[in-house]
Write a protein that binds this ligand. Sequence first.
Ligand code: GLU
Length: 331
Amino acid sequence: MVQGTANFNTEQNKEWLQEYVDDWVSFYRKHTSEGEVASYIPLLKEANPEHLGIAILGKNGMEIRSGDVDIPFTIQSVSKVISFIVACMDRGVSYVLDRVDVEPTGEAFNSIMHLEMKKLDKPLNPFINAGAITVTSMLKGKTPDEKFKTIIDILEKMLGYRPSINTEVYESERDSSMRNRAIGYYLLETGSLESDMNMTLETYFKQCSIEITVDDLARIGLILANDGMDLDSYEEIIPRQIARITKALMLTCGMYDASGKFATYVGIPAKSGVSGGIIALSPARVREENLPFIDGCGIGVYGPALDKQGNSVAGIRLLRHIASQWDLSIF
Ligand code: GLU
């Protein structure tokens, strides 16, 4: 743990924390060589595997940014968090959870094994592809653009700008989407989709191709840490109940088939994506000690070299280190 008696949550001590994080980023950058960038979407192969960046945004506006923070990347599976929130807000939590379960799978994100082998009546959770595609089919709208707009609208509210799609990644994903189409057909057969399959998949590919930065992820994380409330305007962007369910799902299902390990060793809600992004957050902690970001924070990480489960190999190590140094775990 960072030693000393200074109040870490003041601007004066920001420099201290910045130095620590800079050291940790350069140390963990070495681990990027242990992973590989995703290649199943051809355009993702172009990412630089050595990149590693982090942004940590606190409630008092304190922000620590370190490493490759200015590289935009596509949101990929982190978009599943947003589409789940939007579907719950539009349709109601019980409507959505009647159609998608809240259980971890222990399987790869794009597996359909459980659905078929266990003859499940609904996908196991909204953060695997089968669940996320089902959720996307529930978004309001009669065209992919109308459905997509519901996601971009809430992102604009949270970020203060309207993010755009990386068209090349979108086309690359759409043109190499055999597995997701297989999932789509399976969900069509089981009657799980609320909208036309092709329209749903097109929306899903678009939502995965939204371009963001680590600062954006930190900001969304902070809003979730604050139970859905925007800290500048005090506007409730996400209803508290939905924010809480989303965080529970991030903790239990957010890190692919390494979710149990992440919850055990890092202990904070998080969701990763195959482009190497991770959104994470630490809620306000009730502790006697003076700890950095004690009032809660949002965290965005980018590190495109992935481990076997599809999580940023250096990003996970960096988060684990920061969580243990600053006692961020919710447990
Ligand atoms: N676009 C990706 C897919 O569905 C999202 C996967 C991910 O980030 O986990 O294949």
